[in-house]
Design a binder for this molecule. Structure first.
Ligand code: COA
Length: 379
């Protein structure tokens, strides 16, 4: 095999068809089942987006009501999942907790051996309903706080924040959170989704595929970037008393120094989008809303300073993780809880892909070009 046939990182390789979403870097657009993600973020609930991704169509009012009732009835933290989480050390990464929780859910799933389309959809809905309690409980136990039971008079986003913080969030905060969930839900053959499809292609089960996907999402080149953005902000130093301009000046200087040292700065760049991530303007608007709501102009200064300096030096644009990180920070989440929130959202896209893969399966098994030592023999 010639060297040029090896596509490192599968860059530019079209691995299969998908009808779940379309990423178009030229027009800078992202469609979920044909709908622009910006329109969905502006007009529909995250619950509706989940049904859209799974079934291909937005739900009717009756379908939505039925799903909402199911989601509200299945939100409580399963005692077996809680027991497994309690065995994990408080200093392990919350992504380890999420990965373990899904694995435990799979082992206890009454439909574990059933991979029919109906059973797969049922499992996807259950994961969707149950995962927020995992994130909320993990955040609380790290703060030595007790579990907050779910409330069935709240929608998905309101309840997620309620279970995490034990108080009702302001409508602006709920909205910014919902927007982030819609934007994080799906993005074609990214690393974690492809992982889920590879696992599914062996005819393994849905929970195994999602567990593997969580492992892929954890890395800082993928979902872990939203946390890494916050570490950058922390390294520069968040000074509440500072003006927007002062913060921007310090952030610019930090970025210039980082780029001079050839550092990779997380939250910038994308394998597919080269002229900016289609989701960023919508998420940035949600961040702006949070900055105004919590009166934190210095955060905007840090954001702008880094973005400008990166643009001037390398013309590399922010990706979704860049505005999402500080948004979750302002809402009150600990930094290492950001990627588990991403799981709660991406469960929808992953499971839509798992169902699509299973419906038209072909084992995913690429070739490799051998570059080790020549054949040799034992003396
Ligand atoms: N900071 C600094 N330089 C960056 C950069 C970043 N975030 N992203 C890309 N570059 C530079 C590389 O250093 C490289 O420069 P060079 O040609 O002078 O060596 C060039 O841009 C191409 O980068 P490369 O990593 O090869 O592109 P890719 O398509 O493989 O990478 C990412 C895409 C996402 C892996 C990459 O942009 C990255 O690591 N970003 C940071 C992690 C992140 O935010 N991930 C979330 C993605 S949604």
């Amino acid at each position: 095999m010639s060297e040029e046939e090896v596509r490192k990182g599968l860059a530019g390789v079209v691995a299969d068809y998908t009808a779940v979403s379309k990423v178009n870097p030229d027009s800078n657009s992202l469609l979920y089942r044909g709908y622009p993600v910006q329109e969905l973020a502006a007009k529909v609930s995250f619950e509706e987006v989940a049904l859209l991704l799974w079934t291909g169509e937005l739900p009717t009012e009756a379908e939505l009501t039925l799903f909402e009732a199911f989601e509200r009835a299945n939100r409580a933290l399963d005692s077996r999942v809680k027991a497994a989480i309690d065995l994990l050390p408080l200093d392990c990464h919350p992504m380890d907790v999420g990965r373990t929780a899904v694995s435990v859910m799979g082992a206890n799933d009454p439909l574990a051996k059933d991979s029919s389309p109906e059973a797969e959809l049922e499992k996807a809905k259950s994961l969707f309903a149950q995962f927020p309690a995992v994130v909320a409980y993990d955040q609380r136990r790290r703060r030595a706080l007790a579990v907050v039971p779910p409330r069935d008079d709240l929608n998905y986003s309101q309840n997620f924040l309620w279970m995490t913080f034990g108080e009702e969030a302001a409508p602006e905060v709920v909205n910014a959170f919902r927007v982030s969930m819609v934007l994080y839900a799906e993005h074609s053959f990214n690393a974690s989704t492809f992982t889920a499809r590879v696992i599914t292609s062996t005819l393994s089960d849905l929970h195994s595929a999602v567990t593997g996907a969580i492992g892929a999402l954890k890395g800082p080149l993928h979902g872990g970037a939203n946390e890494a953005v916050m570490h950058t902000f922390d390294e520069i130093g968040i000074r509440k008393e500072e003006s927007r301009l002062e913060a921007a000046t310090r952030a610019k200087a930090w970025m210039e120094d980082a780029l001079e040292k050839k550092k990779k700065v997380m939250g910038f760049g994308h394998r597919v989008y080269k002229n900016g991530d289609s989701r960023v303007p919508t998420m940035k608007a949600a961040l702006d809303m949070m900055i105004e709501h919590f009166d934190r102009p210095e955060m905007l200064g840090l954001y702008d300073g880094l973005e400008q300096a990166m643009d001037e030096a390398k013309n590399i644009k922010p990706n979704l993780d860049y505005p999402a990180g500080p948004t979750y920070h302002l809402m009150g989440f600990d930094t290492d809880m950001f990627t588990p929130i991403f799981i709660a959202s991406r469960i929808t896209g992953w499971t839509a892909h798992i169902m699509e893969q299973r419906a038209a399966n072909s084992l995913i098994r690429p070739l490799s070009a051998y570059n080790g030592v020549d054949e040799r023999h034992l003396g």
